[in-house]
Design a protein around this ligand. Structure first.
Ligand SMILES: Nc1ncnc2c1ncn2[C@@H]1O[C@H](COP(=O)(O)OP(=O)(O)OP(=O)(O)O)[C@@H](O)[C@H]1O
Length: 301
């Protein structure tokens, strides 16, 4: 489990993580959401010991992130958005290197690595990691995060580079790991993904936790009150600068956007994009969804 007690981080008097106090129980899959700059990365970097809090405390499976960094390292598995691997080594050799850092004995290391490569679908792959696709690197990143049999898994955008079957595979693996008792924290901008996999969701805005509940409860407890339109295009889209739009979140490639508007302006969005030479693949009113709820919190922030 992860327990936050007034966890705070300031940069030059500016509170970017502000008094976080909540717990993520064992076996939970918690989605950490928030607009750009909300403090998600700062929170995660504190959990994994890469930056120090300026106030408060946090416990990973009982170990204090500041006073017991080594105990924390043994209890935590971290998959950053882009994991650094040795390009000229195979997946197994890379994992073996990290296993040595964890001081796992050779026989145990070999068994664990073989099992993990099967789990993430990289068994039998003998080419060096430098020749891996982004999705294969991400699979190896998950294996690395699981290597030390951690109580807590921290995953940054775990499915960002995966194709739909790959993402489904990840969801299954993460679900199974949580059932076995691992606590999982996922930071993601892919809201439908979070909605599908997470058992609880926390929304950060300006460093503060403004909502924390099961996805279903968030939907029930808050009236979206606006139309949510999702747009998919063939080409990257410019900012949808239309007066009726009250909030918009784009994916990294800018080929998908979730827009909140006062009224259904799907036709206006199509016209706006066509006028700029952007071909629309799909546009739909997606209300109600977790997206509409999260967007309404983002807008308030
Ligand atoms: N080293 C730093 N020095 C000063 N300010 C920082 C530093 N690191 C982060 N910040 C600020 O802290 C705030 C939170 O940043 P953080 O990267 O945690 O947000 P985020 O929610 O992860 O955003 P994103 O979704 O864009 O990754 C931002 O305003 C950022 O500019």
């Amino acid at each position: 489990m992860i327990r936050f007690e007034h966890l705070t981080k300031e940069y030059g008097g500016n509170r970017v993580v502000d008094d976080l106090t909540f717990s993520i129980p064992q076996g939970e899959i918690f989605g950490l959401l928030g607009p750009n700059g909300a403090g998600k990365s700062t929170t995660i970097l504190m959990l994994v010991g890469l930056i120090e809090p300026t106030g408060g405390r946090c416990f990973i499976d009982g170990a204090d992130i500041v006073t017991e960094p080594l105990r924390v390292k043994h209890r935590i598995g971290y998959m950053p958005e882009d994991v650094g691997f040795y390009a000229d080594l195979t997946a197994a050799a890379n994992l073996d290197f990290f296993g040595q850092l964890y001081r796992m004995d050779p026989a145990q290391r070999k068994r664990r690595i073989d099992d993990l490569l099967v789990l993430v679908g990289l068994d039998g792959v003998t080419k060096p990691v430098g020749e891996f696709s982004k999705g294969m690197r991400q699979r190896l990143g998950l294996a690395k995060a699981l290597l030390n049999d951690p109580a807590v898994l921290i995953l940054d955008e775990p499915t960002a580079n995966l194709d739909p079957p790959g993402a489904a595979d990840f969801r299954r693996i993460i679900g199974d790991e949580a059932k076995e008792g691992r606590t999982v924290l996922i930071s993601s901008h892919i809201l439908p993904e979070v909605d599908r996999i997470c058992t609880s969701v926390g929304i950060l805005a300006r460093g503060r936790l403004v909502a924390h509940d099961a996805p279903g409860n968030l939907l029930q407890n808050r009236e979206a009150g606006a139309v949510v339109i999702s747009v998919e295009t063939r080409d990257p889209m410019p900012d949808l600068a239309l007066a009726e739009i009250t909030g918009a979140v784009y994916d990294d490639s800018r080929k998908k956007a979730v827009v909140e508007a006062d009224a259904d302006i799907s036709d206006e969005i199509i016209e706006f994009l066509i006028a700029r030479g952007v071909r629309v693949l799909r546009i739909a009113d997606d209300r109600p969804s977790l997206e509409s709820i999260v967007l309404s919190y983002y807008r308030e922030a």
